[in-house]
Design a protein around this ligand. Structure first.
Ligand code: NA7
Length: 541
């Protein structure tokens, strides 16, 4: 039996709910809490055996949030805000996972989360006007589905020849063993130098005997300057949280920076003023570095000036000029996801750490004993794949979603993801995507973005219920307009100039389309306006 005829693959009657939410990360947990509070019968299905999403899976050494702790948290309940104590400027993965578990307990979320349940297919039933979700634990039926599946939740494992012959263990940063890994005394190979690797490499290097890093593209990284969170600072945030949260929402990335945004153009700054300003931000640490001037993400000349500042820093920090040259990027800065680090470049000065440049001569194969590049074998005891994710669309496409008339989402998105507002897809009624492609999502602090989406969806479901409306879905014209709009906004920036996962460029064969929408406040305004204008661009039936 298939899921489409209303009978579960194991023959049991379906579990029926108003809403099924897929995923119990920060988006799924808040969806459950909010919708349940509004009187909907909600079930969450989650493939893991615990909550936390990204922070459940990414347990690699050094995993840490790049958004400061006081801002990377829910704002929906002032009591929660006040009672939780953060310990560091940027929280490490274990602390964020503890917070997720605290939230799950505090709001009694677990009773409606069905753990260790993997969605296999999702089909819209046109006649009955509801969804069937076939999972490995049985069939669900719901009027609405909320895809709270995360933007970076399907790992990218390169298909290296011979990978299965490797004698030692292999790990992916995005699917790290819960019991941890002891690298002491081992020779370790790390493949990749993205954000995850930039965090993991210094920590693995401190533990292992030999570390070999295989780098395809060098990355710009700026010091995070993590430190214990000053109790005075935490108290100041807590005494002023409403105002600070409001300020965050006024920012393009939905987070406030430690220094005010520079309004001038980088290319016009006088040399001494430019250096002092960049140095100050380098010393303060974090993403404020990229906000020093107003045109860093917009103007190639200004961007290159800032990039050169970081290139010079790499030259100053790294002792061996050959290694420094290999570590020095020449592409646009911050058009890939900017990295923040703790002693990343410094790690390459350690005598037991070596860098192998695989940009011109890609990894040839994995042997039984190690990694082979350009005919040379680099022996390692363990391999860490820090090779990223099939971002933003990977998880949705793997769920085998079919909409009206059996249309496959995979076909509809053949030329790249198509959504209206990053919230819905034409031909897929009553399906909402939290931080879906076409919304600011990964260009922002994710928790405020998630809250904004879940609040919008909740308001929508309440209004549909009040009016007795059975279905809502984007009109094809509105969706087409939105896809063009997202592309047009991205084209005003330097984002499309790099081979980033924002563009799908990290996955062989994936269509290149810029997926997130730059700019949080104008996006929120459009969402509010659409809802207030009787869900303009959505068909209600
Ligand atoms: P990223 O940022 O996608 O980084 C993946 C890294 O792996 C990157 O350096 C890639 O090089 C490298 N890579 C991928 N495939 C290969 C192959 N086949 N050979 C060599 N190197 C390869 O993923 P992260 O996990 O670091 O970060 C993802 C996000 O998670 C991050 O931005 C945060 O938002 C949290 P490339 O640059 O493609 O040449």
């Amino acid at each position: 039996m298939s899921g489409t005829d209303g009978v579960s693959s194991n023959g049991n009657a379906p579990m029926v709910h108003d809403v099924v939410v897929v995923g119990a990360g920060f988006a799924g947990m808040y969806s459950l809490h909010k919708l349940r509070g509004l009187g909907f019968d909600v079930a969450v299905v989650e493939r893991a055996d615990g909550v936390g999403g990204t922070w459940y899976w990414n347990r690699y050494p050094g995993a840490r949030c790049d958004v400061e702790s006081m801002q990377y948290s829910y704002s929906f309940d002032p009591e929660l805000e006040q009672e939780w104590e953060w310990s560091e400027r940027y929280s490490g993965q274990p602390e964020i996972l503890r917070y997720a578990n605290h939230v799950a307990d505090r709001y009694d979320l677990r009773r409606d989360i069905h753990f260790e349940t993997t969605v296999e297919r999702v089909d819209w039933d046109d006649d009955a006007r509801h969804w069937h979700l076939q999972t490995d634990r049985g069939l669900y039926r719901a009027r609405f589905v909320v895809m709270a599946t995360g933007c970076l939740s399907t790992t990218n494992m390169p298909n290296f020849e011979g990978a299965e012959t490797f004698a030692g263990p292999t790990y992916h940063t995005g699917n790290w063993p819960h019991e941890g890994v002891d690298f002491s005394g081992l020779s370790v190979g790390v493949i990749g130098t993205g954000s995850s690797a930039v965090q993991a490499i210094p920590v693995i290097a401190a533990e292992c005997q030999e570390l070999t890093v295989f780098q395809r593209t060098p990355n710009y990284s700026v010091p995070a300057r993590n430190e214990p969170l000053d109790p005075g600072e935490q108290a100041r945030w807590k005494s002023n949280y409403r105002e600070m949260r409001a300020k965050m929402l006024e920012q393009n990335a939905a987070m406030v920076q430690r220094l005010p945004d520079g309004e001038e153009l980088a290319k016009e700054a006088d040399a001494a003023e430019f250096y002092d300003r960049m140095q100050q931000r380098w010393d303060v640490g974090g993403f404020t570095f990229y906000r020093a001037y107003s045109d860093i993400a917009l103007d190639a000349e200004s961007n290159d000036r800032v990039a050169q500042f970081v290139r010079d820093k790499i030259g100053e920090v790294v002792d061996d000029p050959d290694v420094a040259a290999k570590l020095t990027p020449h592409n646009t800065i911050a058009c890939k996801r900017p990295c923040l680090d703790t002693n990343y470049y410094e790690t390459f000065n350690l005598p037991h750490v070596q860098l192998v440049d695989v940009s011109d001569t890609p990894i040839e194969r994995i042997s039984q004993a190690g990694v082979v590049v350009d005919g040379r074998e680099y022996p390692v005891d363990a391999i860490v794949y820090a090779t990223g994710f099939d971002a933003m669309t990977g998880t949705l496409l793997r769920m085998n979603i079919t909409g009206r008339g059996g249309m496959r989402l995979a076909d509809h998105w053949d030329a790249g993801p198509r959504t209206y507002l990053g919230l819905g897809v034409a031909g897929f009624p009553n399906m909402f995507t939290v931080s879906g492609p076409g919304s600011p999502s990964v260009l922002t602090n994710m928790i405020p973005s998630i809250e904004q989406h879940v609040d919008w969806i909740s308001r929508c479901l309440v209004e549909l219920r009040e009016r007795g409306t059975a279905t809502i879905e984007p009109e094809p014209d509105a969706e087409a307009y939105w896809v063009d709009y997202v592309n047009a906004v991205a084209d005003l920036t330097l984002y499309p100039t790099c081979n980033s996962w924002y563009l799908g460029a990290n996955i062989p064969g994936k269509t290149r389309v810029f997926m997130p929408l730059p700019g949080f406040p104008p996006y929120v305004e459009v969402c509010e306006d659409v809802a207030s204008d009787n869900y303009r661009g959505f068909a209600l039936a």
